[in-house]
Design a protein around this ligand. Structure first.
Ligand code: PEP
Ligand code: MG
Length: 602
């Protein structure tokens, strides 16, 4: 059976499924006989923790609201030991060899089936209380490390991960030796989990409807990240064809690498620079091989792997940043300060296990407009200064540039620079006259885009983050599949805002790069060149094709197309313009080896 979704990371992979329901994080997978004791132990531990929490809640509620209301929690303690619940889950682990979470879910399903038969309305309503207890047990089954959920740390053998959604902090824990591919019900190309999948070389399909319902743990699943398909229980010949495709792909990697050598210029000689977006130190070699002349965006938050920032001290950060710089020398490395939300600061995660109301169910959203990125860093000065000091120390070992995410005003930039001065005061006093580390900002908030001339007085460089800039300009949450069709990089507003950023930065001679996913699209790349962007940072895998494309396009043609495009009313018109002027784009990169494809036709 095939489920059609959206390709977010190319390649093909197959293996037994492991399920993760992240909305209430649950992993389901089979275990070996040797794992039974461990899973039973986890169940017992979760039962014990739940009992302690429930007793504490009982005491609190009886003090505040009286014994009657509190008795519910006394009853919940008793439910923990009901033979149909934890003891039953324990027996399922032993007999069916499944992990504790899965066994608990199965025990609960059986329990619900029994209750559905009961005629008594009052008893049927008690099902909600049991669901509450099960929810608590589930949460307590999640091992935590330094505040971060380690939901996928229990995997032992390689699997295809099938999930309803995959938070970046969970994705950051993926060990590519144990996760072969991703089949997700939600997400988009610019969602951080998709970006990480590409950087890990993991085939991934997003928006594959209801896969967590259709796929049972352990069933063979094939993720086709080229076609954007998930195949459930594929026939052997489907696997054989996929295997042949995978082998051909690895053979062609060497060929792309050969094309990656040397500087790049457009067909009429305008130099264009390509740098790499990376999330992990291990990607450096791939970035170099792809022809990257530096790292244009290092997403430092992926180093956290789901931990809280406080758990990653200065020394540990310094070592990673220094290694990055040394391994990329003589090219520069642009390191973005943590772009995280509150879930990755101590005490900012889900509510305390004993709380009646959990974060996420009420309170402010953790959405893109919330407390994240530079806003969060400025509010957590100590952690921010720790990162800045580690960066400055790495700067002594090579060319480091600091990039600030989500800046929306000159005030924020000033405050961040003040934090940098304070963080490095001692270092600066010890080595007066040492060159200052360049500080740049991401242009991803419309207010920053509109005031680049003002920001240019205090920022050393800019990097246009189209993933966020598009979502904020068009008011489209990039993680929400329901409005994904409105996420439109060729929207006239997007082309105009990029044009204006370049224009506003020019008088101050501040370099402007572009590091969003948009540039990986050939048509968009041509327009971006025409709008005046000549410095790009993209995932290493996208660089060889982009370099090749740039060599075939003349800046004159690109400029003329861009001039016309910004005056067209819709992105359909703009796509049609591209198709008419650059017909070879339709088959790019397939048309690469024959015709003089990219000559503009006006
Ligand atoms: C962007 O917003 O375009 C960007 C590169 O940053 P991120 O995708 O990490 O938000
Ligand atoms: Mg961004």
């Amino acid at each position: 059976m095939r489920v059609v979704g959206l390709s977010v990371s190319p390649g093909v992979a197959w293996g037994p499924a492991a399920l993760m329901l992240q909305r209430h994080p649950v992993m389901r997978f089979g275990i070996a006989a040797s794992g039974v004791e461990r899973e039973v132990g986890r169940l017992d531990q979760a039962r014990q923790t739940s009992a302690t929490q429930l007793r504490a809640i009982h005491a609190r509620v009886s003090q505040r609201a009286g014994a009657d209301l509190a008795s519910l929690f006394e009853a919940q303690v008793l439910m923990l030991d009901d033979d149909l619940l934890v003891p039953r889950a324990r027996r399922i682990v032993e007999s069916d060899r499944v992990n504790a979470e899965w066994a608990l879910d199965r025990a609960f399903d059986e329990f619900c089936a029994v209750f559905a038969e009961v005629g008594d309305e009052y008893l049927r309503e008690r099902r909600g209380d049991v669901a509450d207890v099960v929810g608590r047990l589930r949460r307590n089954l999640l091992p935590e490390a330094a505040g971060g959920i380690r939901a996928i740390a229990g995997l032992i053998t390689p699997v295809v991960l099938v999930a309803d959604e995959l938070a970046p902090s969970i994705a950051a824990q993926i060990d590519p030796a144990l996760v072969l591919g991703l089949a997700l019900e939600t997400g988009s190309r610019t969602h951080h989990s998709a970006i990480l999948a590409r950087s890990l070389g993991l085939p991934a399909v997003a928006r594959a409807q209801a896969v967590t319902h259709q796929i049972r743990p352990g069933v063979l699943v094939l993720v086709d990240g080229d076609a954007g398909e998930v195949v459930i229980d594929p026939d052997p010949d489907v696997i054989e064809r996929a295997r042949a495709r995978r082998d051909r792909r690895s053979a062609s990697v060497g060929v792309s690498a050969a094309r990656a050598a040397g500087p790049v210029a457009t067909a009429d000689g305008v130099p264009v620079r390509f740098q790499a977006n990376i999330e992990r130190l291990e990607e450096i070699d791939g970035a170099r091989a792809a022809g990257a002349e530096g790292i244009g965006l290092f997403r430092s938050e992926f180093l956290l792997g789901g931990r809280v920032i406080e758990a990653f001290d200065e020394e540990a950060q310094f070592r990673v940043y220094r290694d990055l710089v040394e391994r990329m020398a003589p090219h520069p490395v642009t390191i973005r300060t943590f772009d995280i939300d509150e879930s990755q600061i101590a005490g900012g995660g889900a509510g305390e296990p004993g709380d009646l109301v959990r974060a996420g169910e009420t309170g402010p959203s953790r959405g893109p407009l919330g407390l994240r990125a530079i806003r969060l860093s400025l509010g957590h000065r100590r952690a921010f200064e720790t990162q800045l000091r580690a960066l400055a120390r790495a700067g002594r070992h090579g060319a480091v540039r600091v990039l600030l995410p989500l800046v929306s005003s000159v005030d924020e930039l000033r405050e961040a620079k003040a934090a940098l001065r304070s963080a490095t005061r001692e270092m600066d006093e010890a080595a007066p006259g040492a060159p200052a580390m360049p500080v740049g900002i991401m242009i991803e908030v419309p207010s920053a885009a509109l005031t680049v001339d003002l920001l240019a007085a205090e920022a050393d460089f800019f990097s246009i983050g189209t993933n966020d800039l598009i979502q904020f300009c068009l008011a489209v949450d990039r993680t929400d599949g329901r409005v994904a069709g409105l996420f439109d990089p060729l929207h006239p507003a997007i082309l105009r805002v990029i044009r204006d950023v370049i224009r506003l930065a020019r008088p101050r001679r501040r370099p402007v790069a572009l590091c969003g996913e948009m540039a990986a699209d050939p048509g968009a790349l041509v327009l971006l060149l025409g709008l005046g962007v000549t410095e790009f940072s993209m995932s290493p895998a996208a660089i060889p094709e982009a370099r090749e494309l740039v060599r075939q396009v003349s800046m004159r043609d690109a400029r003329r197309a861009a001039l016309r495009a910004v005056r067209l009313p819709t992105s359909r018109d703009i796509a049609a313009l591209l198709a008419a002027r650059f017909p070879a784009l339709a088959t790019w990169p397939a048309g690469r080896d024959g015709r003089p494809h990219m000559e503009g036709q006006s």
